[in-house]
Every structure is written in structure tokens, then in C-alpha cells.
Design a protein around this ligand. Sequence first.
Ligand code: FE2
Ligand code: FE2
Length: 337
Amino acid sequence: MGDMYVTYGRFSKSDDAAVKLYVVSGAEHEIQNLEGDYLEWNKVLSMFDGRHPISAVCEKNKQLSPNDIHELIKALEDSKLAFKVNSGADFLSGDEAILEIEDLQAQLLHDYLYKNKFWLAMQQPETVPENVYYGMAIENYHFLFRESWFDSPVLNFVASTKARLIMNEFYSEEYGHDELIFRALQTLGITRENIKEAIPLPETLALCNALAYWAANDPLFFFTTMGILEGKDIEVDSFILAMQNSKKINASFIKPILDHANINIGAEHGVLTRELFREIPVVTHEQLKQMRANTHIFVELYDNFHSAVWEHYSTSSDLLRTLSGITLEGTVNASQY
Ligand SMILES: [Fe+2]
Ligand SMILES: [Fe+2]
């Protein structure tokens, strides 16, 4: 048999010996009565990379029944979890898929984000109220403080060992970045106690929650967001340049924020998304469609985050939002909860 198949799911350890769990892009599929160790089967799956004919896969994995190998790949194909190469089936490679998504991201960022009040104001840095610069750092602190929520669900990304290693390395590099931003906030007299009591803007929390949801339920889509969040397109963050050019912000406040941006550049975090997608051999058209739809929502959330920083901090004299402060102002009505 010369047919070649491509799939990127893998089996993960199952508590029930009669059931194997095939995991692909956050979803688990139960496969019953498949004899043999799941790790042996993962060796088989790794050869379904579109380059090995099924006969070679059977030849290399003689400890497993060739009949079972044929049946498994057929069952996966029937469930649209594996695809026969050159069969006209509906899939594209990770490399191809991410280029499509990046095109859409660029268009949406251009059409919405860069035209919002925050980024338009940054083009005239001297006119931006000081608190907007501080507020952006505060919301960035809240975001980074919660980064483990949304990075940790993909640490056990089963489908690719290489992608898993890239994510784990990234996770350790990101650790403690909230502290860098806190160092900037300390120059304003904000203490650890103050920041502990402070709460983010709802738009900041919405972004964190959405990312955590996607990381847990749609890791592939989550990977697409990382390039934007890590500043793929910008050499030095335009926000930092604006702070410097505003001539209002102390260099000691800017320094730790600049250090953070330079870590991203030095560790090449902006190219993470592409590195991860290089390890994904199959993206179905159905998945691509879903990712395109989610990209609209993600850019909207990201746009809302920046707009909210502008709306809140350009008018508020208090830098830190606290729950007690909000309740006193009567903005939160306890009976609603
Ligand atoms: Fe970071
Ligand atoms: Fe980073």
C-alpha cells in the first residue's frame, strides 16, 4: 500500500486499559479495543506525517498488528482526524494556515486597533495625559500577573513534543515579568499592598479570561494570538517610544518597561506563533474557518482593552481601582450579584 497519511493527534495516558485517548487540538476522542501500548502507537502516529507510505509505517512498527494500523488510520480518516495525501481532502499545513490568519490579523489590527483612541493619541505623545501612560502599565501588570492562567493550559500540548518544548521554554522565560512592570509602578510610590488590592479594568480581565478559555479549549487558536501579544510587528514597543517622546515620564519609570520589551525582542517571542505552527502538519478548513472567526473576536477584545485604558485613565485622577473605591462610588450594585 503506497498511500500516505497525515495526522497530528497523539494518544495520551488513559486510566482505562480498554480505551485509548486520542487528543487533537484540545479535544479528546476515545478509541476502544486497540491492543498495544499507547507510546508504541504514538510512534506509529508520528510516522503519519505525509511522507511515509502506510507499508513503511507497518514495517517500522512490527510489534503492532499491521491490520490494526490500517484500521486505525482508516477510522481516523473517516472521522476527519487524518487525511490521505493528494486525495483532494480539505486540509492545509500549519505554515499555510498561519499565513492566512496573519493576513487577517494585520487587516483587522489596521482597521480597528490602530484607529482607536489610544493608538491615535500615541501619535501625539505630548498631548496624552500622564495617567494614560501609567494606566497602561497598571493594566499591563494585571495582564502579566495573570499570564499563567492562559499559558499553563497549553504546557501539556499532546499533539507535538517540539511545540510542547517551545511552550515550556516560553513559560519559564515569561515567569516574573509582572515584577518588572511592578518595578516601574514602584517609582510612582505604588506599594505591593496597593497593587494587591487593585483590580483590573473589566476589559483587561475579559482579555485574560478569553485567552485562558482558548488555551484550554482551542490551543491552536491560542497559539495564533501569541505573536500579537508578544509584539511580532514592532521593534521597540510604540507605547514606550511615545512615553519617551512625551517628555512627561520619568526615565526610571520607563526603564523596567523597556527592559521587558527587550526581553521579548532578545528571546524572539514575536516569532513564537510561527515556530509553533511549523510543528502542526494538519489544519482542516473547518478549523481555519473557526480560527478566522475567533480572530475577529480576539482583535475586538484587544481593541477594547486599549480603548478602555484610554477611556478610564484619561479621565480618572485615581490611578488604582480598588473594590472598596468602586463600591463607594456606587458603580457596583451589590444586589446584582
Ligand atoms: Fe513577558
Ligand atoms: Fe514575552
